[in-house]
Design a protein around this ligand. Structure first.
Ligand code: SF4
Length: 404
């Protein structure tokens, strides 16, 4: 979401006459788009602000602005703490003194890459006990269907092939709009846009995911067979403390249904280790769940209390840091073995790749199931859909040769 908002803000500023420069030292205006989802991310933001303080001292004419999740309702406190910052503005907003763009297409990149990020819903109503998002990004607010459809059409006109629909919880999309459209309905509409090749969406919530959505993914040719379904823990006791609203059994049933309806679907998940009071046995339940399901990708994080959240107020952060790190490493090792096995199934197969660019002299792109693929070639493949025969697989990526 921050990446999408940064791109939009950058594009908007360009249209206001600004030009991007490579380093802050050369800038007239620096906008820091902050993420505070984890303590480490917040620490990095603070560190960056400290570094910018000396720049501002050297060049007082430099304008410093901060947006993103650091900017909460207590802006006065932020102003006291960082008096050298000129402006603070809400995530997804625009710097004070600059007009909100009259039309959404005004903030679209002029020369987008083949993939574009399109926010469809902001905020979250869930209040999981560890999560700061609802406090910083507020309650759910969906963008109207027609606004999203016309934005995607415009992106396609500018050369975009793939669109990733974004939201903290895309399954809630539309409930706050007249007529209560849902994500499935939005996908049916977007699937009809000529020139668009692929559609994805992030992130789902296991409690709210509907069978209408799995049906849409199964039946629409442009919607990729890939889903992110955060489980967070394999222990029902911990899920309850996290206020996730489902049980491990519910989650397992959902995965069975998704895999039944969408053959070959790639699943990714998020896991938190070392949540307050998590015992070795409860952690082992998470390990067992991950082994049984066999996700394509697992994003694992060690719990860190976020001030203001329910967990930070009510629970003691009692799992020692060394233990959290050990649990995190165990999951990483397990997932490495699982991903190696899953990716090796691609050997000898031909996959469709949307080429996004070049890295270290090689072309790279992604399959419909979001596998990273590297290959060689002297043609300009950027933005093209090509077929690649896979001859090497690692836990993180595939390699192959372009099929002639
Ligand atoms: S559903 Fe996601 S964004 Fe919403 S509170 Fe829970 S973890 Fe945070």
């Amino acid at each position: 979401m921050n990446k999408a908002e940064s791109a939009r803000l950058g594009s908007y500023l360009e249209q206001q006459g600004y030009q991007a420069v490579a380093i802050a030292e050369e800038a007239d205006l620096v906008v820091l788009n902050s993420c505070v989802v984890r303590q480490s991310a917040e620490n990095r933001v603070i560190g960056r602000l400290e570094a910018l303080k000396s720049l501002k001292k050297q060049r007082p004419q430099l304008t410093l602005a901060v947006t993103g999740c650091l900017v909460n309702s207590k802006v006065d406190r932020l102003k006291e703490r960082f008096p050298y910052v000129d402006y603070f503005f809400k995530p997804g907003g625009y710097p004070p003194g600059m007009e909100k763009p009259a039309a959404p297409e005004m903030v679209l990149p002029q020369h987008p890459l083949s993939t574009a990020l399109v926010p469809i819903i902001q905020g979250c109503n869930h209040f999981c006990s560890y999560c700061i998002v609802p406090y910083r990004r507020g309650r759910e607010r969906s963008r109207p269907v027609e606004e999203i459809v016309s934005e995607v059409k415009e992106l396609v006109r500018r050369g975009v092939k793939e669109v990733i629909l974004l939201g903290q919880n895309v399954d809630s999309y539309g409930h706050d709009l007249p007529g209560s459209p849902d994500l499935a309905m939005l996908l049916y509409r977007l699937n009809t846009i000529d020139g668009l090749s692929r559609l994805r969406f992030l992130t789902n919530h296991p409690q709210e995911m509907s069978s209408r959505l799995t049906e849409a993914v199964a039946s629409l040719d442009k919607v990729c067979e890939e889903m992110n379904l955060a489980v967070q823990s394999g222990s029902n006791d911990i899920l309850k403390l996290m206020r996730r609203g489902y049980t491990v059994e519910d989650y397992r049933r959902l995965v069975v249904e998704i895999r039944h309806r969408i053959p070959g679907v790639a699943l990714s998940t998020d896991v938190i280790v070392g949540f307050p009071s998590e015992t070795e046995a409860q952690f082992q339940q998470t390990v067992d769940l991950l082994s049984d399901i066999g996700f394509d990708v697992v994003h694992v994080a060690a719990y860190s209390p976020r001030p203001g959240t329910i967990a930070a107020r009510r629970f003691k952060d009692d799992v020692p840091l060394a233990e959290k790190k050990a649990r995190l490493s165990r999951i990483e090792q397990l997932q490495k073995a699982i991903a190696t096995e899953i990716n090796s199934r691609h050997l000898g197969r031909t996959v469709e790749v949307l080429v996004e660019g070049r890295k270290k002299g090689r072309w790279w792109g992604r399959t419909r199931t979001n596998k990273l693929v590297f290959f060689d070639g002297s043609d300009d493949y950027r933005g093209q859909l090509i077929r690649v025969n896979i001859d090497k697989a690692s836990p993180w990526a595939l390699q192959g040769k372009v099929e002639n």
